[in-house]
Design a protein around this ligand. Structure first.
Ligand code: ASP
Length: 310
């Protein structure tokens, strides 16, 4: 059994809004571009998991892929802060032992998720590193690709933010369960558009937006960072599952109606069943999932393909 679920951010980019954007930006086939990117991302992850690769590898490949794609607000295509500077962040967690790596205020590391993974896997004590210089130095030490801050700028994001500065959608995340029963979750973002100088959001914070425990499940969140931190949403879902012995589906059903509208997108995998969850209280969340278990037959019955994207 293996499963994978990805998100490309929650927000107000409904199909109708995308149509309008297409007209305003002159960028054709926007809806199709998102669909294709999400599908390719799922295929990448599926290839890893199908061949008995690790959940960590699947998450790294999926998130790096989206970080490299200008459509998403992570890596290339990130939103700038109020000083027009880029400050990216990411976190990753390994469900096998609860280890995590987190990094923030990045402006020269091409793939923040790779840096988060190196921090997680290293023997060093510090697991959350922030700051342009510190993260750059660390990336060099780990032989990761570094770039000029200009790399993160994209015409697409500039156009989007000119039309509506609240169009922040595009944070990315992935949760994978591999055939060995390991769960890994990761999240990466450029953060809110015009965010305050020095602001660090939820995406960088393990247990808040990124969580993994092989016995319970894995989660990645997107939405309004300050609200997600205030409500400790990832851990709230996990705690409900742990102490009430309920499924992830049920835990999310309990918590979602209590959350302020238009604030949150959640993806996750329940460790017991491998079932994926994708819930949000915004207009839309770009998302895709693969389930390779008993539920595959159910998907066939419901006419949902093995890889499904929305
Ligand atoms: N959570 C991210 C932040 O607040 C933004 C997002 O997920 O869209 O930085």
């Amino acid at each position: 059994m293996y499963s994978l679920v990805i998100h490309g951010g929650a927000g107000d980019l409904s199909k109708k809004a995308i149509k309008e954007l297409t007209e305003k930006t002159g960028i054709t086939d926007l809806e199709k571009r998102y669909e294709t990117a999400l599908k390719e991302c799922c295929e990448l992850g599926e290839k890893v998991l199908k061949n008995n690769g690790s959940a960590k590898d699947a998450v790294l490949q999926c998130i790096s892929f989206m970080e490299n794609n200008y459509l998403f607000n992570a890596g290339k295509g990130s939103s700038a802060n109020c000083k027009k500077k880029f400050r990216l962040e990411a976190s990753i967690m390994n469900g096998k032992d609860g280890s995590y790596g987190a990094c923030a205020l990045i402006n020269k590391v091409k793939n923040p998720i790779k840096l988060a993974e190196k921090i997680m896997s290293s023997k060093k004590v510090a697991k959350f590193i922030g700051g342009s210089h510190a993260t750059y130095k660390l990336a060099k030490e780990y032989d990761l690709e570094t770039v000029s801050p200009r790399y993160f700028r994209s015409k697409y994001r500039t156009k989007l933010n000119n039309i509506n500065k609240h169009h922040n959608y595009g944070t990315v995340g992935a949760v994978a369960l591999d055939t060995f029963g390991n769960i890994v979750a990761g999240t990466s973002t450029g953060g809110l558009f015009e965010k305050e100088k020095g602001r660090i959001g939820d995406t960088a914070i393990p247990n808040i937006s990124t969580f993994a425990d092989n016995k319970i499940g894995g989660i990645s969140l997107t939405g309004k960072g300050e609200y997600i931190i205030k409500k400790a949403i990832a851990y709230d879902i996990i705690a409900r599952m742990k102490y009430k012995n309920i499924s992830m589906e049920k835990a999310i059903k309990e918590i979602l109606p209590q959350l302020e509208k238009n604030n949150v997108g959640i993806i996750g995998i329940d460790a017991k069943t491998g079932k994926t969850s994708m819930n949000f209280n915004t207009k839309r969340m770009f998302r895709g999932n693969i389930e390779n278990s008993k539920s595959l037959n159910n998907r066939k019955k419901q006419n949902i393909p093995n890889i499904a994207i929305w």
